[in-house]
Design a protein around this ligand. Structure first.
Ligand code: C2E
Ligand code: CA
Ligand code: CA
Ligand code: CA
Length: 279
């Protein structure tokens, strides 16, 4: 038994070591990726549920590794956050999105883009809210064109630095969305503590809306609450025509999901816009 225990311990430390090695490897690959421009920002349409017209977009980070493989954020965001690399990556995403906004035709100048921001980013003194404001200013873009998507996690980990940053950006005209709404323990407190502009209903509710009456009731309640607080609700993960119909029935006007379009490159997004406006 003793022996087994020792072996067990041995395995345990070995796998921890492996985990740490793997993490170090990803960190160094991410550094290279930043230097060698391996990242790309994809855009997913956010639409008017009734007309399917594109009204906004969400920016989603992609990593095109040197071997050509496209890596999704779930495989690297956490490591990027833990290592602090997310700050530099986040600034890069922000600038990319601004350039994208600048490249849109005048007919699309009412489209805003949502950017995901990690708590770590706002928490760092290496991230400057003023730089973001100035960057938009230099490009002659309105701050309203950027929607910062934060989770309740960011709201709950607030220290003076984070709340000052959020307040500064909000005052400057940036709009804020509470992301993945309804999934955490403190969604309601987050709404109480900050005057959000958008509420993004998590896809776990949307996906069950046609099957579970509880989810339908919850979504309806979120939308009623949202409009009471002057928030625009956006349903995430809309995949079927049935879901779109039920969402409209419960009063949801804005949605996002594979039914309307997957995340695509900036160039492809523009192509879709053009086709939609001419077609
Ligand atoms: P999120 O902010 O909740 O983004 C929505 C995710 O749902 C995206 O996954 C999107 O591709 C996916 N999605 C959209 N429509 C549908 C649908 O109809 N069905 C299903 N099953 N999924 C759908 P993605 O692009 O893999 O991103 C995952 C998460 O990574 C994001 O979740 C966000 O938390 C994070 N992330 C992405 N880009 C960034 C970034 O630039 N910075 C930071 N800090 N986080 C990011
Ligand atoms: Ca988001
Ligand atoms: Ca979300
Ligand atoms: Ca999410």
């Amino acid at each position: 038994v003793k022996n087994q225990g020792r072996n067990g311990f041995h395995y345990f430390t070995q796998s921890l070591q492996e985990l740490a090695d793997r993490k170090m490897k990803i960190i160094s690959e991410l550094r290279t990726a930043l230097q060698e421009n391996q990242f790309d920002v994809f855009y997913q349409p956010i639409v008017d549920l009734k007309t399917k017209e594109v009204i906004h977009a969400e920016a989603l980070l992609r990593w095109r590794r040197h071997d050509g493989v496209l890596i999704l954020p779930e495989h690297f965001i956490e490591v990027a956050e833990d290592s602090g690399l997310i700050i530099e990556m986040g600034d890069w995403v922000f600038r990319q999105v601004c350039q994208f906004l600048l490249s849109l035709p005048a007919s699309a100048n009412n489209i805003s883009v949502g950017i995901n921001v990690s708590a770590t980013q706002f928490n760092s003194n290496k991230h400057s809210a003023l730089n973001w404001i100035e960057y938009l200013h230099e490009l002659n873009l309105s701050t309203e064109r950027v929607i910062l998507e934060i989770t309740e996690h960011t709201m709950m980990n607030q220290n003076a630095r984070v709340s000052q940053k959020i307040a500064l950006l909000h005052e400057a005209g940036f709009r804020f969305a509470i992301d993945d709404f309804g999934t955490g323990y403190s969604s309601l407190s987050a709404l109480r503590n900050f005057n959000f502009d958008f509420l993004k209903i998590d896809s776990s509710f949307t996906s069950q809306i046609g099957r579970a009456s509880a989810d339908r009731a919850l979504v309806q309640a979120m939308i009623t609450m949202g409009s009471g607080l002057n928030l625009q609700s956006i349903a995430e993960g809309v995949e079927t025509e049935e879901q779109r119909q039920i969402l409209l029935d419960v009063g949801c006007q804005i949605g996002q999901g594979y039914l309307f379009g997957r995340p695509v490159s900036g160039a492809d997004f523009q192509k879709h816009l053009k086709e939609a406006s001419s077609g």
